[in-house]
Design a protein around this ligand. Structure first.
Ligand code: HGY
Ligand code: MN
Ligand code: MN
Length: 412
């Protein structure tokens, strides 16, 4: 087996990453939202590569792509290797995709060496982790773990198209979403390879590391309502300007966020109504994304922020509200998985580095039905969710080789 472990093809991984990057609605970076023509093009390519790797391929009722490579014990629980096929807007090429392509590369290496592990292996391309289109994250992985909710089907995109309608448009039957749920007894564990999207591995000058846990994330929509009016006639002191109130909120959110160590809080979207240069903004809507590895700290900061915003609205005579879009509690990776990854790092001359993930991943959802493990791969300057996201071919090869070694430990 030693020979095989060095034979993953970094070149093939890099080629496939480039091919997939073309499935995008934007020239600048990659934009591939779920249940779209672009995501369908990507699924076709990935299905072809899964078949080339000796896997049978199926799509589940939520449009997750699942390749299966039989082991010598066909009824044994399968080791799942997964990540996501969708992207944010003007994303990089590697977020999510590197984990799926590396999983296929691992299986293809086994297949090309005519090697059958004891346990079956499944590679999963999840359909919608980012939640960019419908603002509900981890859709595909929550469907697999049985945590998908009926009301998710009512989520709407910017054009008012519901998730249910978008699913129907590509031939899926939304009411069957429960069929995507996986019986935990059929799963041996879940492993996800992902770019680090942070600075640690560059600082440590190491290509890969193990993830110890994933920070919890809450996402809210907020709405602030004042009074629209003529920009030329309403005295400044008599206004109920929703955008000025929102600006005070955003600065308060940053100030409060700085008070809690390792907390991150972001207002990522803001829309101003009616949005005319000579009209005082009457309504502002936006999003709040708040994360911390300790759920209690996150909740304390959230309470602090909401109290402060209430005070701003009262002082300015406006009304406002926060409404929760999604909540993903912090999760820990399993010791079994962390130990397997660290052992492989050490066997390959690396330090057993453990990193807390500030970014969310499909592994958070799958954690509710099985042991999860994550392998991080170094990315340039830790940049992600940006066209400048970059991973060297050498590090892609090292990541896939570490993943192959870990998979062999867990399936033979
Ligand atoms: O937002 C995140 O952390 C992930 O990229 N979905
Ligand atoms: Mn992402
Ligand atoms: Mn990701």
């Amino acid at each position: 087996m030693q020979v095989m472990q060095q034979n993953v093809s970094a070149k093939r991984i890099a080629q496939r990453i480039e091919e997939l990057a073309a499935c995008s609605t934007t020239e600048r970076g990659v934009t591939r939202l779920s249940f779209t023509k672009e995501s369908e093009m990507a699924s076709e390519l990935v299905s072809e590569w899964m078949r080339e790797a000796g896997m049978t391929v199926r799509r589940d009722v939520l449009n997750n792509l699942i390749g299966r490579y039989e082991g010598t014990k066909p009824d044994a629980p399968a080791l799942l290797i997964g990540s996501h096929l969708d992207s944010v807007v003007e994303a990089g090429k590697y977020d999510g995709i590197l984990g799926v392509i590396s999983g296929i590369e691992v299986v293809q290496t086994l297949f090309e060496h005519h090697f059958r592990p004891s346990y079956p292996i499944e590679v999963i391309g999840f359909c919608d982790e980012e939640g960019t289109r419908f603002h509900t994250t981890l859709l595909g992985s929550r469907a697999l773990s049985g945590d998908f909710r009926e009301q998710d089907l009512l989520a709407k995109d910017e054009k008012g198209i519901t998730l249910a309608a978008a699913m129907k448009e590509i031939g899926l039957e939304p009411s069957q979403y429960r069929l995507a749920a996986r019986d935990p007894h059929t799963v041996r564990g879940y492993i996800e390879l992902h770019i680090e999207q942070g600075p640690v591995l560059e600082q440590e000058m190491q290509a890969c590391g193990a993830v110890s846990g994933i920070a919890g994330a809450s996402r809210y929509h907020f709405r602030v309502e004042g009074k629209a009016g003529h920009a030329g006639t309403v005295p400044i002191t008599m206004r109920k300007d929703a955008l000025v109130a929102a600006s005070e909120m955003i600065l308060a959110i940053e100030r409060i966020g700085q008070k809690y160590q390792n907390l991150v809080v972001t207002v990522g979207k803001l829309s101003v109504h009616p949005g005319a240069s000579n009209v005082i903004p009457g309504v502002v809507e936006g999003t709040l994304d708040i994360r911390h590895i300790d759920n209690q700290v996150k909740e304390a900061a959230l309470t602090h922020i909401m109290e402060e915003c209430q005070g701003i609205w009262q002082r300015r005579g406006l009304v406002g509200e926060f409404c929760k879009i999604m909540e993903s509690p912090a999760v820990s990776c399993s010791d079994k998985m962390i130990n397997a990854i660290e052992a492989v790092l050490v066997e390959n001359g690396m330090k057993p580095i453990q990193i807390v993930s500030g970014a969310g991943h499909d592994a958070m959802a799958v954690a509710s039905i099985t042991d999860i493990g994550m392998i991080f791969v170094r990315c340039k300057d830790g940049v992600s969710h940006h066209p400048d996201e970059f991973v060297t071919m050498e590090d892609m090869g090292t990541g896939a080789s570490i993943l192959l070694n870990v998979v062999l430990k867990l399936t033979t």
